[in-house]
Ligand binder design. Structure first.
Ligand SMILES: [Zn+2]
Length: 487
């Protein structure tokens, strides 16, 4: 039998019936990704398996380094073929790491390759995949079609002009591609050089001078409006923890002015400034009915020597142990007191915080919308079988699993869409096991409907993106009205 067979990860009859009957056929709504909108709009085609599969993949680089592979085969200047062979040599050493599952699932779903990847099969796999990559169905848009991705949200700086998103909207591509407002650089007052570089970009994007803090806030608000007009309905923030020591506007303005003059904010000043800005961003999202995403818990660039040499996002971040509950609640509470708490998705990186997060969000549900505050899907280091089960279990026990809006790839690679399949298999296995144990009723229609909703429908309803079709036939907005809205 193939390693990745039809019933992979599905350990009971109930699990198999749920997966094949209710989950496998659902389309994908990938509401958080880091794919390049330019690659989609082009659409990019891939010259070889390295470009599609290894380029930019810090999960693989970490495994390769841990396996004794030199940096020149990871982020370095070795030729693509040699980098692929170095990865292939590493794969047999990733047993029990999720990379082993992902690698074989991906090779099979994209290329029909069923062989286990190792040094001896590498040559054949390289040739077999590269021969197929020349075909049009392997362009960036072809891949989105193949995996029935109905909508995808990219991650974009507020200064980005979104030209590619507009081109895709006009072309009426099969997959709707939306920008996401990610203003992390607006918080960099402790790094005046980077901050001022970004403020200059913001001035150029809005064609207006930023003379003071008031005009800074106005410029950001106009970019938020611009993103909305171009289809955005989500924002995103990558934070070590929720900033929740807000100061008065006058103090934020003073910290801003110092940073503009090249004087770095102290850590407490940066915390207060960021807290002020996060409340500002929260109100912007609430006013427009957007969904705010909070990715909390990473400890970034812990290996400063390597990060300096190889760049950011190359695999030198880790799980932080900041203690999240108090600051998260403080932030959500400050917005709630102003009646300005938007729909919010909290993604957690430290499994020790799962129950704290799952319980905290329950204190801010207000009855206005089912699942208004979401415990986001297992993320980054937790995006694997145990991590997914752990997130699902904490959410089930402290909240309503049935209102969960499901999985995202959070990926920089076009070869990550089988993550949705992986999540669905783990989900169906968990629910199916409960059915077999008699801890959930043996009512396939009841449990099947929940599974189906967790795969697609809950996200579609919750996010209310302008043009994601209801599978039953009606769309929330017509194509022509969307074009007008984006004009
Ligand atoms: Zn992300």
């Amino acid at each position: 039998m193939d390693f990745i067979h039809e019933d992979f990860l599905l350990h009971s009859e109930s699990a198999r019936r749920l997966y094949h009957g209710y989950a496998a056929g659902e389309p994908i709504l990938d509401y958080h990704s880091h794919l390049s909108p330019a690659d989609i709009a082009l659409p990019r085609s891939f010259n070889n398996l390295f470009e599609l599969w290894l380029e930019g993949d810090h999960y693989k680089w970490r495994a390769m380094r841990a396996n004794g592979i030199e940096e020149r085969f990871c982020t370095g200047d070795a030729p693509p073929r040699e980098k692929f062979f170095a990865w292939a040599r590493t794969v047999p050493f990733t047993l029990r790491n999720p990379l082993y599952h992902w690698a074989h699932l991906e090779l099979q779903r994209y290329f029909g390759i069923r062989q286990l990847l190792d040094e001896t099969s590498a040559e054949w796999v390289w040739d077999c995949a590269n021969a197929q990559l020349a075909q049009p169905e392997f362009s960036a848009q072809g891949i989105l079609r193949k995996f029935r991705v109905q909508a995808l949200c990219t991650s974009d700086d507020p200064c980005d002009d979104l030209a590619q998103h507009r081109a895709l909207a006009v072309a009426n591509a099969d997959c709707a591609v939306y920008p996401t407002f990610r203003p992390d650089k607006a918080l960099l007052v402790h790094d005046p050089e980077a901050f001022n570089f970004w403020v200059r970009r913001l001035e150029e994007a809005g064609s207006s001078e930023i003379a003071n803090f008031t005009s800074f806030l106005s410029a950001i608000q106009r970019r938020h409006d611009y993103f909305h007009a171009n289809g955005a309905r989500l924002s995103d923030h990558g934070l070590p923890y929720c900033y929740a020591t807000a100061c008065k506007e006058s103090e934020a303005a003073a910290i801003f002015s110092h940073a503009r003059d090249g004087i770095a904010a102290s850590p407490p000043e940066q915390d207060r400034f960021a807290s002020f800005m996060m409340l500002f961003f929260g109100r912007l999202d609430a006013e427009k009915g957007w969904t705010k995403q909070l990715h909390i818990g990473a400890l970034r660039a812990v290996n400063t020597r390597a990060e300096a040499e190889y760049g950011s996002n190359t695999g030198f971040d880790t799980i932080g142990d900041h203690g999240q509950a108090a600051s998260l609640c403080c932030y959500l509470d400050a917005l709630e007191r102003d009646r300005a708490l938007p729909k919010t998705i909290v993604y957690n990186l430290n499994p020790a915080d799962n129950y704290a997060i799952a319980a905290a969000i329950g204190s801010f549900q207000d009855g206005s919308l089912a699942g208004k505050i979401q415990f986001g899907s297992a993320w980054w280091f937790l995006d694997q079988k145990e991590g997914i089960e752990s997130q699902l279990n904490a959410l089930s026990n402290a909240g309503l699993l049935a209102r969960f809006i499901g999985m995202v790839t959070d990926s920089r690679s076009f070869m990550s869409f089988p993550r949705h399949e992986y999540f669905r298999r783990v989900l169906c296995n968990l629910i199916g096991q409960d059915m077999e144990n008699g801890e959930l009723p043996g009512d396939e229609a009841l449990l099947g409907a929940m599974v189906r909703n967790l795969c697609f429908e809950n996200a579609r309803k919750y996010l209310d993106l302008p043009m994601v079709k209801d599978p039953t036939g009606s769309a929330s907005e017509t194509v022509s009205s969307r074009r007008t809205a984006r004009g």
